[in-house]
Design a protein around this ligand. Structure first.
Ligand SMILES: NC(=O)C1=CN([C@@H]2O[C@H](COP(=O)(O)OP(=O)(O)OC[C@H]3O[C@@H](n4cnc5c(N)ncnc54)[C@H](OP(=O)(O)O)[C@@H]3O)[C@@H](O)[C@H]2O)C=CC1
Ligand SMILES: O=C(O)CCC(=O)C(=O)O
Length: 482
């Protein structure tokens, strides 16, 4: 239980302000839906227009500040995140239903992201190239894009806003962020931390409101030079159309395969697939939702993965031992239960989970594993974003790779094997942005490029140096001294 409800507000031009209409949305605890954690302003287009104007006004000062001075603020933010880690982790567990252990890891990850980009200010390198013309000096330097719009989901309520905001800021851009309705309290805390770290008013602006109105206003605003979005494929692809003329980065869904070869350590593979499929109830774009297993070890793997899944505790997010919490909200709960019905038709149920009790007692769904799934079926093709694992039989390595790649998504893929040849060939042939050998598909590192191919990702990659590339443009100057 929380001690008192949190009344969150928009942050525009350095002021914490309510929605123009005064309307609010309740924020509820997915583990106890009757519990109201707080409220968020129900903003519309007008608030978004003012937030963009504030970001535009703050731009000249921020872009001309020394990168090292911008970096100092990010480094201070990292220290504040660390100093408040337990409180932030508990808020994440309450609002996003993320088990405490994983919430703690995400808070540390957010601090590390701010630290990493805080020092990137020293490395905003340009290039000097030889000219084809005598006496001409050519330099290409990086410039900020201007005002950037960030639209973030609820499933990584601190890490994703951090890995979008920190690189945008170090490069000298100003920001307007629209967080998901189910992650507003976390987003507001992060912005409060940046304010406390000394970020000038207007450099980051936060507007809470429905995606269809305030989010749409951000996407369409001509003053906004770039949009970085994480969320569903349908919304992402529609943003690509609405944001015509802007630089766009879309991180969308996944239907991530984990191939299990005959030479794998089956116990290890089963543990990694189970964690990848069911950690945080499968609500990750990197979740292992398809296990593709060669026939030689198929039945043995099924036994092991059921056992490994049974070992994962489903419980209250504040329970130290829990790995699987509730799903985020009623609409996801309904949609996942519908997908489970479909999965029962599409395969042989080897672990029969589903709703664990009345929804009023929390949106809990226990893991479901279906075997003998055809890769052409709905269960194997559509992102469920819930605790459902489809197991698909492959004849051999080539067939497994073919099945793994036979999807409209291309975010991440894994393989369990002891063979260097399988591992290297899988890396080579996998049509994904990330490949993991004997490691879970979920859980990415911030210092390297992150993102997918096909309908998992459009635009430049996030994180690592790729984010610097996204949040800057190049200016080439040619000079002939007379
Ligand atoms: N790739 C990933 O990591 C994620 C994938 N998903 C996928 O999406 C499904 C649904 O989850 P959901 O939260 O509804 O995802 P959405 O794609 O609807 O939401 C993601 C973000 O986009 C905003 N948004 C929604 N509609 C618009 C719009 N028309 N214009 C601009 N912004 C908009 C949302 O705001 P608001 O919350 O106010 O609607 C939120 O901030 C999941 O089942 C999962 O498959 C979801 C989250 C993360
Ligand atoms: O697995 C991770 O660490 C990141 C997942 C992610 O970015 C997402 O689900 O949106």
């Amino acid at each position: 239980m929380i001690e008192s409800q949190i009344e969150s507000r928009n942050y525009i031009g350095g002021e914490w302000v309510p929605a123009d209409s005064g309307e609010v949305e309740e924020v509820r605890n997915p583990a106890r839906p009757s519990e109201v954690l707080g409220t968020a302003p129900r903003s519309d287009r007008g608030e978004m227009e003012r937030a963009v104007a504030a970001a535009q006004e703050a731009l000249p000062g921020w872009r001309s500040a020394l990168p090292a001075a911008r970096g100092q603020i990010l480094l201070r933010a990292a220290d504040i995140i660390d100093s408040r880690s337990e409180e932030l982790a508990r808020l994440m567990a309450l609002e996003a239903g993320k088990p405490l252990g994983e919430s703690r890891a995400e808070v540390s990850r957010a601090a590390a992201i701010f630290r990493y980009y805080g020092s990137e200010g020293w490395r905003l390198y340009g290039v000097e190239a030889p000219s084809t013309r005598p006496g001409v000096r050519i330099t290409s330097t990086r410039e900020p894009l201007g005002v950037v719009g960030l639209i973030t989901p609820w499933n990584f309520p601190l890490a994703i806003p951090s890995w979008k905001m920190a690189p945008a800021l170090i490069c000298g851009n100003t920001v307007v962020i629209k967080p998901a309705a189910n992650a507003v309290l976390n987003a507001a805390e992060l912005v409060r931390i940046l304010e406390e770290a000394g970020l000038p008013g207007g450099v980051v602006n936060l507007v809470m409101g429905p995606g269809g109105s305030s989010g749409d206003a951000l996407v369409r605003d001509e003053r906004v030079r770039a949009i970085s979005f994480t969320g569903s494929t349908a919304v992402g692809l529609s943003i690509q159309e609405r944001a015509a003329g802007k630089k766009v980065q879309l991180e969308m869904g996944g239907k991530n395969p984990y191939v299990v070869m005959e030479d794998a350590d089956l116990e290890d593979a089963a543990a990694k697939v189970a964690y990848g499929a069911f950690g945080y109830a499968g609500q990750k774009c990197t979740a292992s939702s398809r296990a593709v297993v060669v026939e030689e070890v198929y039945e043995a793997f099924l036994e092991q993965v059921v056992e490994a899944t049974r070992a994962l505790k489903l419980g209250e997010p504040l329970d130290e031992e829990a790995v699987i919490g509730p799903v985020i909200n009623e609409s996801q709960y309904e949609s996942i239960l519908g997908a489970i019905e479909q999965a029962r038709e599409d395969g042989r149920v080897v672990l029969d989970g589903g709703a664990t009790g009345p929804r009023e007692e929390g949106y809990y769904i226990s893991p479901v594993i279906v075997a003998d799934v055809d890769n052409g079926s709905k269960t194997a093709r559509e992102e469920i974003f819930g605790p459902v694992l489809a197991v698909i039989k492959a004849r051999d390595f080539d067939h497994a790779v073919e099945i793994a790649n036979d999807t409209r998504y291309g975010l991440t893929a894994g393989i369990a094997t002891r063979s260097l040849r399988y591992a290297e060939e899988f890396i080579e042939r996998s049509q994904t942005g990330l490949v993991n050998v004997n490691l879970p598909t979920a859980g990415v590192e911030f210092q390297v490029p992150f993102g997918g191919s096909k309908q998992s990702g459009v635009g430049g990659r996030e994180q690592g140096m790729a984010a610097i590339e996204f949040y800057t443009g190049w200016k080439t100057a040619s000079v002939l001294a007379l």
